[in-house]
Design a protein around this ligand. Structure first.
Ligand code: BGC
Length: 772
């Protein structure tokens, strides 16, 4: 053996090989030395090695395809010019990008891979609006845990969810992405989702970084027109629009997305008050802020920033850490640094939390995924079970005259059933907008399939689609590489008529009819506002023609928001709101229609009679002439003011009775907690779920308070005859509000009304007084 300085050659070559391996597996070598330190210490150490360009690169989130004149994403990553990539959902492509980042970029910094995993990655669950209708935060947490696990297995380590925008206007297409109109429920659902995505803390294996969005009051867009300005007074910001964000932050959410629109004339993405004063100063948010897509560049479009350089400055100064795909930071920050308007230490402050998140997520230890393990995660039978259960529990039975539902599956009552409608066999309609970013609606059990499987040979099932439905204005997302769904092809008048006639003829040939109507591809979601809420295409005409046949009709709705079903509410005996029910939606619809599951979902948005009533929400203020005034009929002379269905409403195949609403005291000191109890009993003949809701109203104070506000709820499952006493507490958290006249949080001496019931029209009443 040759020796050099007494060292065996084999050892020398081993050493050289080791050095080589060290250099190649550079992420490991560079970053392992620091792995005993905290994520924050490691981030600081790494920052010291970075050039200004590399730091600015970390603030840039590249689109997963060539966009806006920027170099291809691979090149940006290789040159250390991107800290994150979005809109790539394919695992092998993600691994490739990480490999470039880890092995080819100078400092080997892995990527945050972001995607809108809003309600599932492979297994598509019902969207957040539907999930909120379960009133079951544990279930919400469970489905987002599965979504996180699947996403992480595919290489996505950052989900742009939860979306927690309060929405009080169904014309706004994005209502489907949030938990509805109520801040109390919204806060509970926000927390549940953050825990589902991130686990108990950021960095929990098989979880992802969550991103609460869109900060803030995006849902208050004028007229429900997506992207339009929001004008929201401070008290509504604090009392209504902020609470779900605050809850997400308290639950440890690691990132937050700024919104697109102007808030009180200042674009949210350049809004110092929102992003600095509220978020960092008041709430002490420690995570990082990403802009919405292209929102920094759009500060110019808004007429707020002079030019891109100014836009980058304003967003940077307000505290936006990462620029989503507008490349304003990448292109403009170097100029701002040169001009001395932005300092390197300010840049460090924005880069640091991004690196901390990457360390916490364990990306420096392993940025890759094992492609061979993906299938086992995606095919986990527990996910299928959860998807079916989630869909069942999210559905809301709106009407069931004469107990038409559940239908008999033995064929004794109805030997044949016609299933009619444009979304009765539509995977895309069932997965919705964000499901359509990842799938094109394949791997979905549609309603017709679910019904056929359920009844087997006992009942003859015939299907006719009727005229197809499509958007009136083409979606701006149609054809984009990142959206897989495509709208249906236009039908000629003759094609539409023959489909219509065939549908009516099919209905006539059968004993009962299940009509499946609602919204089709890309009709709900972003850039999908509606002026009328009417049923798209010829669905209303089809509905009326089918009802005119005179046979029993069940209407199933597949949609992302309340639609104008006022005619149906009068003429159709049974209506089931099934939302966009996801992969297992067809099975879940069949479970409910045929009584294998008892519907227990309750609306989390007020259902209007017509779009003209919007915005419509239960927690409005009392007025000069309140609804409770003697002889009050309506504020409109041509329609009732009351909704078609109230917030919190939903029927069951059983019935419940509430009684004995009791308070543990009639008077208490400001700051004390008042105990509330109420009994609930299943008075029907089958087991069922009930959501007991508690509402509160403060009778006087430094500001007018809403007529009632949800301040407690509990979902119970009761066997026939079973009775339970439920307990709630009304204390500081429930009774404090932000007063516009005091300009601060107050808890005031006053008389408070309390109601308990099955929806927001709850009748059981009690009251207590708080004194100084
Ligand atoms: C949406 C965001 C989304 C982002 C990335 C934007 O158009 O407003 O909600 O997270 O795109 O897909």
């Amino acid at each position: 053996m040759l020796r050099r300085n007494g060292t065996p050659l084999i050892r020398v070559s081993f050493l050289l090989a080791a050095i080589l391996v060290c250099c190649l597996a550079s992420a490991a070598s560079l970053h392992a030395q620091t792995s005993k330190l905290t994520a924050e210490q490691r981030a600081d150490a790494l920052l010291k090695q970075m050039t200004v360009e590399e730091k600015i690169g970390q603030l840039n989130q590249a689109a997963g395809y060539v966009l806006g004149g920027a170099p291809p994403p691979e090149e940006q990553v290789r040159r250390g010019l991107a800290g994150s990539v979005l809109w790539v959902s394919e695992p092998a492509a993600i691994n490739k990008l990480q490999k470039i980042a880890v092995e080819e970029s100078r400092l080997h910094v892995p990527l945050l891979i972001g995607l809108d995993v809003i309600h599932g990655y492979h297994t598509i669950f019902p969207p957040p609006l539907a999930m909120s209708a379960t009133w079951d935060p544990k279930l919400v947490e469970r489905v987002q845990t599965i979504a996180a696990r699947e996403a992480r297995a595919a290489g996505i380590n950052w989900s742009f969810a939860p979306m927690v925008d309060i929405a009080r206007d169904a014309r706004w297409g994005r209502m489907v992405e949030g938990a509805g109109e109520d801040p109390y429920l919204g806060a509970i659902m926000a927390k549940a989702q953050v825990l589902g995505f991130q686990g108990p803390e950021l960095g929990t294996p098989e979880h992802v970084l969550a991103c609460v969005k869109h900060f803030a009051a995006y849902g208050a867009a004028d007229g429900g027109r997506d992207y339009d300005s929001s004008y929201v007074p401070d008290d509504l910001m604090w009392n209504v629009y902020f609470p779900p964000f605050k809850a997400a932050i308290d639950a440890g959410v690691g990132s937050l997305m700024s919104a697109y629109m102007d808030l009180n004339d200042v674009p949210a993405t350049g809004n110092y008050w929102l992003l600095h004063d509220v978020l960092r100063d008041d709430w002490k948010f420690q995570g990082f802020v990403v802009s919405d897509a292209m929102a920094i560049g759009s500060l110019v479009t808004h007429g707020y920033a002079r030019d891109r350089e100014d836009a980058a400055y304003l967003a940077f100064h307000a505290g936006v850490n990462m620029d989503m795909a507008s490349y304003s930071y990448l292109n403009e920050l170097p100029k701002l640094v040169k001009a001395g308007r932005v300092t390197e230490s300010e840049i460090d402050a924005l880069v640091r939390p991004l690196l901390v998140a990457k360390y916490k997520l364990g990306l420096f230890e392993n940025a890759y995924i094992d492609l061979s393990k993906i299938d086992s995660v995606m095919t986990d039978p527990a996910s299928v079970t959860a998807a079916r259960e989630a869909a069942q529990k999210s559905m809301v039975l709106l009407k069931n005259d004469g107990a038409l539902l559940p239908l008999d599956k033995t064929g004794k009552k109805f030997g044949s059933i016609a299933v009619i409608g444009p979304v009765a066999d539509s995977g895309p309609a069932q997965v919705g907008f964000w499901g359509g970013m990842i799938t094109n609606g394949e791997n979905v059990v549609t309603v017709i399939e679910g019904i056929k499987t359920k009844v087997g040979p006992s009942v003859r099932v015939q299907y006719a689609k009727g005229p197809s439905i499509r958007r009136q204005e083409t979606s701006k997302f149609e054809g984009l590489p990142r959206i897989k769904l495509r709208d249906e092809k236009a039908q000629s008048a003759a094609e539409s008529q023959s489909a219509f006639d065939e549908a009516v003829a099919t209905a006539k040939r059968n004993d009962a009819i299940v009509l499946v109507l609602g919204e089709g591809v890309l009709m709900a979601g972003e850039a999908a506002s509606n002026a009328t809420l009417r049923l798209a295409g010829r669905q209303q005409e089809l509905l009326e023609a089918v009802v005119a046949i005179g046979k029993p009709v069940v209407l199933v709705l597949i949609n992302g928001r309340p639609l104008n079903i006022s005619w149906a509410a009068e003429h159709v005996p049974a209506i089931l709101e099934a939302w966009e029910p996801g992969n297992q939606g067809g099975n879940a619809v069949a479970d409910i229609l045929f009584g294998d599951a008892n519907p227990g979902g309750k609306l989390t948005v007020t259902w209007p009679r017509s779009a003209g009533q919007e915005p419509l929400y239960y927690a409005h203020n009392l007025t000069f002439e309140p609804e409770s005034a003697p002889g009050f009929k309506s504020r409109y002379q041509d329609m009732k003011t009351s909704p078609l269905y109230p917030f919190g409403y939903g029927l069951s195949y059983t019935s419940f009775a509430l009684a004995n609403l009791k308070l543990d005291t009639a008077t208490a000191k400001v700051g004390d907690s008042v105990g509330v109890s109420v009994e609930v009993q299943n008075t029907g003949s089958v087991a069922g779920d009930e959501v007991v809701q508690v509402y509160v109203h403060q009778q006087s104070g430094s500001a007018s308070r809403p007529v009632r506000q949800l301040k407690g709820f509990e979902k119970v499952t009761l066997a026939p005859g079973e009775k339970k006493t439920l307990h709630f507490a009304l204390g500081k958290d429930e009774l404090t509000y932000w007063s516009p006249s005091e300009k601060k949080w107050v808890l005031e001496p006053a008389v408070y009304d309390v109601w308990a019931g099955e929806d927001s029209t709850a009748k059981l009443h009690a009251s207590f007084e708080l004194t100084q």
